[in-house]
Write a protein that binds this ligand. Structure first.
Ligand SMILES: [Zn+2]
Ligand SMILES: [Zn+2]
Length: 277
């Protein structure tokens, strides 16, 4: 299967020349297989660019797996042009939150007065599916969902297709004890070909924001190491890290990972490649 990074930024979008190379759009990663509708991981503002690249010759069909309803993971949906056309269908999977179904969460998130119209007013069909932990299939993809420590309810996903496996853990609250990895997270990530993981903070930044729901670059490496992931993509970059900061962090992070036996790279918006087992 093919993987494309359309949004790699965490928290909020970063427009401007200083963020252009690594990318300023928030979380959206797209998996594609020949003959299958696309499978999106999160619907941050990167989803808008993915939408702009879609052919208009037939109604859009696709599925999005949403980790949680924080803004940086859903803000692209109302601007996703392909679903605002008659005959289009987008299935959206994600967790319930505080007694609200996913459908009800989006009734609050995309509706007046915080948005001009409801998601229900878009021309295509959006079908929400509450995700429980466990396994299900989407077309030719097999998906596992598992809870991940983060404020509110959050699920990470493991997706398998064409013999390759990817785990997507976009946001991950690091525990006080840094060598410890949540058992559920480990089982999602075990021996995947690619782990896309939160790497928002340096150690110093984390010490100032220890309960903001994220982890250090170092901890992302530790998760990949314990899970024996074949490759690690640092993801959910902090908005404070412009391209210059990212260059410096990337060189150090990739080397740190290599020393611990992990093959790692920094996810960059606009890149794509074939994911092989
Ligand atoms: Zn996030
Ligand atoms: Zn979040």
């Amino acid at each position: 299967m093919q993987i494309g990074f359309f949004g790699v930024r965490g928290s909020y979008p970063c427009p401007g020349a200083a963020w252009a190379r690594y990318g300023g759009n928030t979380a959206c990663v797209v998996l594609t297989r020949v003959g299958e509708p696309p499978l999106l991981l999160d619907m941050g503002t990167g989803m808008v660019a993915f939408g702009a690249a879609q052919a208009l010759d037939s109604p859009f069909r696709g599925t999005a797996l949403v980790t949680h309803a924080h803004w940086d993971h859903i803000q692209g949906l109302p601007y996703f042009a392909p679903v605002n056309r008659p005959g289009a269908t987008l299935d959206v999977y994600g967790p319930t939150e505080g007694g609200l179904s996913l459908n009800e969460v989006f009734d609050l998130a995309i509706a007046p007065p915080v948005f001009p119209v409801s998601w229900r007013d878009l021309s295509g069909d959006i079908v929400f599916h509450d995700v429980a932990t466990g396994c299900f299939t989407v077309g030719g993809f097999t998906v596992w969902a598992g809870t991940v420590p983060h404020p509110g309810t959050m699920v990470g996903y493991r997706v398998e297709g064409d013999g390759a496996a990817i785990a997507y853990v976009s946001d991950h609250q690091m525990p006080a004890e840094r060598g410890v990895v949540d058992v559920g997270v480990l089982s999602l990530c075990e021996r995947v070909d690619l782990l896309v993981h939160d790497a928002q903070y340096t150690d110093e930044e984390f010490s100032n924001k220890p309960d903001w729901g994220h982890c250090t670059i170092d901890y992302a490496i530790e998760v990949a190491r314990q899970a024996s992931a074949r490759q690690l993509a640092f993801f959910h970059h902090d908005p404070a890290h412009d391209d210059g900061v990212m260059d410096a962090l990337a060189a150090k992070a990739v080397e740190q990972a290599r020393e611990r036996g992990v093959d790692a790279f920094v996810a960059m918006e606009g890149t794509s490649f074939e994911l092989r087992s």
